[in-house]
Design a protein around this ligand. Sequence first.
Ligand code: PBG
Length: 333
Amino acid sequence: MARSVDEITGSKRLRRMRKADWSRRLVRETELTVNDLIWPIFLIEGENRVEDIAAMPGVQRLSVDRAVKAAEEAVSLGIPAIATFPNVAMEKRDTTGSHALDDDNLINRATRAIKAAVPEIGIITDAALDPFTDHGHDGILRDGIIVNDESVAQIARAAVSQAAAGADIVAPSDMMDGRIGAIRDALDEAGFQDVALMSYATKFASACYGPYREAIGTSGLLKGDKKTYYIDPANTEEALRETEADLAEGADMVMVKPGLPYLDICHRVKETFQVPTYVYQVSGEYAMIEAAAANGWIDGERIMMESLLAFKRAGCDGILTYFAPRAARLLRG
Ligand code: PBG
């Protein structure tokens, strides 16, 4: 005789609490708020300039004055911080990325302008060299090799220049060994004890960065790949060792990048270290959602919110996402 459902479940019916909106809200375990959002923005030279990025519909490169407006919008939406990425004029790029050290480069000018006009926003800057090199790699290229120690020295100096311009958090995305400790030392020596370090601790050699490279103008430059310094997408233990090393060197916050395909890494990092953990929902992830939504194949808005919630469920404390202003608007009703 077939058992009744009550016999099978022992009368434990999980649907009871799913029956209405009020009961679903009562048992909800994870919540996404605007406090979880970090908005990455792209910078270009000029004034009152806004340029579309083909592979990232809805995302634009902004001149510094427009970036200030974006920062104002972020504050009005309650977004705590923005992260800036520059599209540097081609004639300023060279093999060593020397323009990264210029106190008046595009990143630093944007930081100063935003700090002056919108002091309440947090500013996160990337100290990697790729926007400044003529080969698109994150470090210095010599005889076909991205040289580690020389790159670290250059990146540490770039970080000090960014802190001097007013950056609140320096977030090096280059994956050179020893960069976190070297940047911490350099910042402390220069009197920037209060500038925090967000390590791109587990940055994978992913295919999801394509649209970003279009945005900052490195896609045409990059020769070869970044597999000699980013982590192999197959490796979890190595990602945990990298996180451990970066924390020991002085990282205040750690990041997992890309996002959705690496949710397991987010979960493992948070569970293992219990430190402030962030995730970067990168350009390719954004592009995939936007492309499917534009075709009418998915409900873009719902997928956006579901993907962001998934990061919170996995244990992340915050999310760098190009959806930040749109998600913030929805969250604020
Ligand atoms: C490089 C860097 C990358 C991103 C930000 N900084 C990856 C790369 O070009 O290899 C990717 C961000 C995104 O795809 O949204 N330092």
